[in-house]
Design a protein around this ligand. Structure first.
Ligand SMILES: [Mn+2]
Length: 327
């Protein structure tokens, strides 16, 4: 019997897996990628990699976007355990599927896993909630930990760093392959020890600070009272920092919606825009519905994106973006 752990390569996916494996250490094959690589389940289902009696654990990726792969696995007698907070659509009613899915805007996958484990590794879930830009939820979950303000800030910074590492068009843009970053987290049940002892934290913090200094000089391409659009160049630093930048804009202008677009010039998506959308923080909804109107769009209510928007469709996107969030 083999175990496969399929997880989003961002802070939430990493911290969800980390909590589960601290509680139940089993040898598993890791399947992950950049944050936007959300069709991960096909890596297990295609080529019949997983066999009957195998167990597949799926964390922080949309069921709806992996539906066909999931149905193939279930029908082949493979057991699937799923934790997520992205749009799921209909959840199949199948004895081989155990799904813990909650798309409420103040929930992240790591908080769902923490709840499942009676909050045994809650500090890691707090890290993930900060990483997903759910600061209210993170602070609220942390109250029982009685941390100093400076400790909360450290967990927030770790969440930002782990989240930052997930953004990129390919894993070559990243400082660490998400599975390597997970292996570095694996020995640490305490995130404060990870911060103190594991070099990865300093590497990511320095990289993020450098990239942030560059991106903060970018002026909006368009802005009014309720929306703003930024265009970033197709360079590695911009690809890495786009998510952190989007989250920071959302926190700085909580009543405004933000779109950050990057024109892709290489590879299969050449001639398209990769877009991150953040709903106004005071609203925390509408981003996923907007993005799902475009073929490669998806995400959650507060934060969503479009992987490859044809350049000619940018005007159409802008008018729907403004219509969605104009007040
Ligand atoms: Mn998440």
């Amino acid at each position: 019997m083999a175990q496969f752990d399929v997880f989003n390569g961002d802070a939430d996916g990493l911290c969800a897996l980390h909590q589960l494996r601290l509680a139940n250490p089993v040898k598993s094959e890791l399947i992950t990628g950049v944050k936007r690589d959300v069709g991960l389940l096909r890596c297990v289902s295609d080529g019949k990699k997983a066999k009957q009696e195998d167990i597949v654990c799926v964390l922080d990726i949309s069921l709806d976007q992996n539906r066909q792969s999931l149905l193939h696995l279930l029908d082949r007698g493979i057991k699937v355990l799923w934790f997520d907070h992205h749009f799921a659509g209909d959840i199949p009613d199948h004895p081989n599927l155990e799904a813990h899915i909650n798309t409420a805007p103040d929930v992240c996958t790591s908080l769902l896993v923490s709840h499942y484990l009676q909050d045994k590794y809650l500090p890691w879930a707090v890290v993930a909630a900060f990483g997903d830009n759910l600061h209210d939820a993170a602070n609220h979950a942390a109250t029982v930990l009685h941390l100093e303000q400076s400790q909360l800030q450290q967990l927030c910074q770790l969440g930002d760093c782990l989240n930052y590492n997930g953004y990129g068009i390919t894993v070559d843009d990243l400082y660490f392959h998400p599975s390597d970053l997970y292996r570095r987290m694996e020995p640490f049940s305490d995130p404060f020890a990870f911060i103190k002892e594991e070099d990865a934290f300093q590497v990511l913090r320095k990289g993020m600070d450098d990239d942030r200094c560059r991106v903060m000089e970018t002026a909006p391409e368009f802005e009014d009272a309720s929306t703003a659009l930024f265009l970033l160049p197709d360079e590695a630093w911009a690809r890495r920092v786009s998510g952190v930048f989007s989250n920071e804009l959302a926190r700085r202008y909580p009543t405004r919606a933000h779109a950050v677009a990057m024109q892709l010039s290489d590879g299969e998506n050449r001639g398209t825009y990769r877009i991150s959308v953040r709903a106004p923080l005071v609203l925390k909804e509408g981003a996923d519905e907007l993005c799902r109107q475009f073929p490669t769009g998806g995400g959650r209510k507060a934060a969503a994106g479009i992987n490859a928007l044809p350049q000619k469709d940018l005007d159409a996107f802008m008018s729907r973006f403004r219509a969605t969030f104009s007040t």
